[in-house]
Structure formats: structure tokens, C-alpha cells
Design a protein around this ligand. Structure first.
Ligand SMILES: [Zn+2]
Length: 347
């Protein structure tokens, strides 16, 4: 089997690179007879930092066959790494390790308060039991995901409880991701110092500077949140609809302001179908995020946030190659010249 080689300009720096895959590691040491599989503009793989593969409908159990098909769609789109902040069950052994599928970090099943979140999905606990449950999950997989708030009239998890969760999870070396779509839940999460805020709809923009300084990342899932706005605007003017339309309408500006404030922003697609992280990059750019930063949110920035280096010697051998600089035309993301995962070509 010949050694795979890629060459071109590597983002984020744009510097020329010429890389050989030594198994699952990049090296600059030339290998005679290596096969040049693509030349162009290189990213260290795309990252979808908020995706829930493996269940076709809300509340359904994790299905390994659906999980595999969903991950194949991610890989074909150039995604080399996903983070699943919540899964429909504990994933099979091969999740994140199958040579043909993206690397993965995950938080296991969601953790929510009694009476909140989708029926059939996630684990529920009292406030007193949340820290231990979250720490057990994070000790197993590195992350715990909590639903800080749910409907617009539901009470969020109090900041003090979330702070106890953060302390318990950090004590086992894990990280905490928190779902929020209400101002009160978002404020509680930021006050508690969670590691990443998911959605962050209705968040007070005044909290963005605190997020930046304490290192709380934001995954705005912008394309899915704004995707239903047109339909929502035609629906009857109920308090619930007013909440959603108000929050979703403000979400593009909030996402751009987060980047501006120096918050680590991660691209995530949340819902089905899978393999659409390019749509999220374009949504961020349309919201006013510079294309370089919008792309970084779905590649090098997210990869670094999740602990993987970029295109450099010794790094895991992932890459996605485009004919032209994708920052100049983000539709380029739909046409990767080559996708390399663990030193192998994804076909
Ligand atoms: Zn989600």
C-alpha cells in the first residue's frame, strides 16, 4: 500500500506544506513512491462540534446502523472530528475509532432536570444528584452535557447547582457543555463558568466578554435555529412563538458579536440531515463573522479546542483539500477535492 501525500497551502496560516501520511501521523519526511492524492488548499479536516448522530427521530434509541450512516455523511462532507454533546444512548465501542468514520468526542446521554427535555432521551436527576451524575459521565467520556433550560416558562438549573456540576466534572478532568435557549439559563451557565454554551439563544450579549475572559465557548447552531424562522413567523402569535422568533431573530447578531468579543465559537449543526457543517459556516459568515473565523469555527479553532493539532508534523493525519481558497467562496466547501482521515482517503 503506497503512502498518501497532500500538498498545497495549509490554513489557517496559508503557508505551503507538503505532507506524507505515516500511518495516522503527518510527516514532512519525503517517502519515495508516495501517492500525491490532492493538491490545493488544505484544512486539518472539518469539525462539527454539535451533532447527535444515531437516531432518526426525537426520543428514539441509539441505532448503530443509523449512527454509522450519519457518520459516513459527515466524513463525505470533509468532517474528520465530531463532538456529540448528547447521544440517544451509550455509543458502541467503534464510535470515534472506526478507520472510515470521523474521530469523536461525546458526552453520552444528555442530563436534564425532571420534567424537561425530550421524552425517551437522556437521564434525569434532582439538583442534589446532578453533580455526581455529570462527573460519572465525564469520567467515562470526557464531557457531560446538561440541559440548563427547556421551555420558555421552565425554571432553569440554578447557577449554584451548575457551579457544583462544573466543580465535580473538572475534578475528574472533564468538561461541561450546557444547552440553553433562555436568557436565565444562559446567564446561569455563564455565571457557573461552564466550558461550552450550546445554542445560547436569548443570551444577554453583555455576558460575551465574561465568556471570552473565562474561556466559555459558544456553539450557536445558527443555521438550525434560524432555519425555522420563516415558518415560525407565519404561526399564531403565542408567548412560545414570540420567545422563539425573538431569540432566533437576534441570534445571527449575537453569534457575530461573540466572535468579535473573542469568544471561542464552534460550528455545530445539531439536527438531521448530517454532513451540513458547511451550511453553518455560511450562516456564520452571513451573520457578519469574517470568513476566516467562520471557517476556523468548523476546522482549526474547533480542533484545537477539542485537543487536536492542525496540519503539522506529528499531528493526526486528517485533511480536507479544496481546489481554491474556500474563504474566498464558501460554496467551495461543498466540493472537496479529497478527504483524508487517519492517513487514508475517504471515498
Ligand atoms: Zn443539540
Amino acid at each position: 500500500m503506497s503512502v498518501l501525500r497532500v500538498r498545497g497551502r495549509a490554513l489557517p496560516s496559508g503557508e505551503p506544506v507538503d505532507l506524507y501520511a505515516d500511518g495516522d501521523r503527518w510527516t514532512t519526511d519525503p517517502v519515495p513512491g508516495a501517492e500525491l492524492v490532492a493538491e490545493g488548499w488544505l484544512l486539518p479536516g472539518l469539525v462539527d462540534a454539535h451533532t447527535h448522530p444515531g437516531a432518526e427521530e426525537l426520543g428514539r434509541p441509539l441505532d448503530p446502523a443509523i449512527l454509522r450512516a450519519d457518520l459516513q455523511r459527515h466524513a463525505a462532507a470533509g468532517v474528520a472530528l465530531i463532538r456529540s454533546p448528547g447521544l440517544a444512548g451509550d455509543p458502541p465501542e467503534w464510535f470515534g475509532h472506526d478507520p472510515d468514520l470521523p474521530r469523536a468526542v461525546h458526552a453520552g446521554p444528555w442530563i436534564a432536570q425532571h420534567g424537561q427535555f425530550f421524552d425517551g432521551w437522556g437521564r434525569r436527576a434532582s439538583h442534589a444528584d446532578l453533580p455526581a451524575l455529570a462527573a460519572t459521565q465525564a469520567a467515562a467520556s470526557g464531557w457531560a452535557k446538561l440541559i440548563a433550560d427547556w421551555g420558555p416558562d421552565d425554571d432553569p438549573i440554578p447557577a449554584g447547582v451548575l457551579r457544583a456540576v462544573v466543580e465535580a466534572v473538572h475534578a475528574v478532568g472533564g468538561r461541561v457543555a450546557v444547552h440553553s435557549q433562555n436568557a436565565s439559563g444562559g446567564a446561569a451557565a455563564v455565571t457557573a463558568g461552564v466550558d461550552s454554551l450550546e445554542h445560547g439563544m436569548c443570551l444577554d450579549p453583555a455576558l460575551l466578554s465574561q465568556m471570552a475572559s473565562q474561556g466559555t465557548a459558544l456553539t450557536p447552531t445558527l443555521s438550525v435555529i434560524t432555519g425555522s424562522l420563516a415558518r415560525r413567523r407565519t404561526q399564531p402569535d403565542t408567548p412560545r412563538n414570540r420567545w422563539y422568533v425573538g431569540g432566533a431573530s437576534a441570534h445571527p447578531a449575537l453569534s457575530a458579536a461573540a466572535v468579535e468579543a473573542g469568544v471561542v465559537v464552534l460550528a455545530g449543526t445539531d439536527s438531521r440531515p448530517h454532513g451540513r457543517v458547511a451550511d453553518e459556516v455560511r450562516a456564520l459568515a452571513a451573520a457578519g463573522v469574517p470568513p476566516h473565523e467562520a471557517l476556523g469555527a468548523a476546522s482549526w479553532s474547533a480542533r484545537s479546542y477539542l485537543g487536536l493539532p492542525g496540519l503539522e508534523p506529528g499531528a493526526p493525519a486528517d485533511a480536507v483539500v479544496y481546489d481554491t481558497d474556500p474563504r474566498l467562496d464558501l460554496t467551495t466547501l461543498d466540493k472537496p477535492r479529497a478527504v483524508v482521515l487517519r492517513g487514508r482517503l475517504v471515498t
